[in-house]
Design a binder for this molecule. Structure first.
Ligand SMILES: *Cc1c(COP(=O)(O)O)cnc(C)c1O
Length: 296
């Protein structure tokens, strides 16, 4: 069962004199071009979940997320596109914001639940839904099927890179990339920039799916004090990056990721002649929560 969905995600070179002076080439894989709302890695993580649901005649997706979650918006848009109903449980008090409003336009049913019910999601799902007609999709799309979808990014690559960088929340995408590297027998070094504070055990869960996570290099010092936290130097960096490349990024994920890559370049982390690929995982709607910071 294949969903009728073609993706477009080119590898584009970024020309920046600071990289050129060091003879380093910087490319960006435009997963943000996959879809305006099922964006970036969220499509990759959902793909095999949706195909599985179709193959089992399951017509209802049940998922979980925070109030600004790109995953919720992706599920909402994907459900509307491929003919599923969808329900989401959002952690915390009932609130409104542009992302949740867009989820509702796509027809996602939103329920706000207390932190306690939210903690054990699988159990909460089994109590409230019938697995014969509802599919449990974990927060952020973390799953083995999600890993397999992310591994496909590597198969698409048009050339070999010394370094591949991605921002990590649940770690599913970076683990999937490492799986893709193993499958394709490539030598590229995979790097993760966790956007949360205290991401030490981030990859521990993925060994159950045979991902050699010890091969992934973590850069844990670019979270800017934690999830969705920013600092003026991050906002300044984003303004300069976006206005000099025409590629939009946001402060939660891709802004921190690119900040890290530029900082490492300036610290001579990369050897001359190396080729670096940064994954643009999408999620631009997250910007809607930060616009005031850009207007200061
Ligand atoms: C969800 C998300 C991530 C994190 O992906 P994980 O697989 O959870 O590590 C990175 N970038 C963007 C834009 C996202 O929306």
């Amino acid at each position: 069962m294949h969903l009728p969905f073609q993706i477009f995600s080119p590898e584009e070179e970024i020309s920046d004199s600071r990289f050129q002076e060091k003879e380093i080439s910087l490319f960006i894989k435009r997963d943000d071009k996959i879809h305006p709302f099922i964006s970036g890695n969220k499509w990759r993580k959902l793909k095999y979940q949706l195909e599985y649901a179709k193959s089992k005649d399951i017509n209802h997706l049940v998922t979980f997320g925070g109030a600004w979650s790109n995953h919720l918006l992706a599920c909402a848009a994907a459900a509307a596109t491929f003919g599923f109903q969808a329900t989401a449980y959002v952690r915390g008090e009932e609130i409104r914001n542009p992302v949740l409003d867009m989820c509702k336009i796509f027809g996602l049913k939103l329920n706000f639940v207390d932190r306690e019910s939210y903690r054990n999601k699988a159990e909460f799902f089994s109590k409230n839904h019938d697995p014969l007609n509802s599919l449990f999709i974990d927060e952020g799309g973390k799953s083995e099927r999600g890993l397999l979808g992310c591994a496909e990014l590597i198969t698409e690559l048009k050339q070999e890179y010394e370094h591949i960088f991605v921002a990590s929340g649940t770690g599913t995408t970076v683990a999937g990339l490492q799986l893709g590297i193993e499958k394709e027998k490539l030598k590229s070094q995979i790097h993760s920039v966790p956007i949360l504070k205290g991401a030490d055990g981030l990859l521990a869960d993925f060994s159950q799916w045979n991902v050699p996570t010890e091969k992934i290099i973590m850069h844990p010092d670019y979270h800017f004090s934690g999830y969705a936290k920013t600092k003026p130097e991050l906002i300044d960096f984003i303004k300069k990056f976006v206005s000099s490349t025409g590629i939009m990024v946001e402060p939660t994920y891709t802004g921190k990721l690119l900040y890290a890559v530029y900082d490492l370049m300036e610290k001579d982390y990369f050897k001359p002649k190396s080729k670096i690929l940064v994954i643009h995982t999408g999620g631009i709607t997250g910007l809607l929560g930060y616009l005031d910071l850009f207007n200061k």
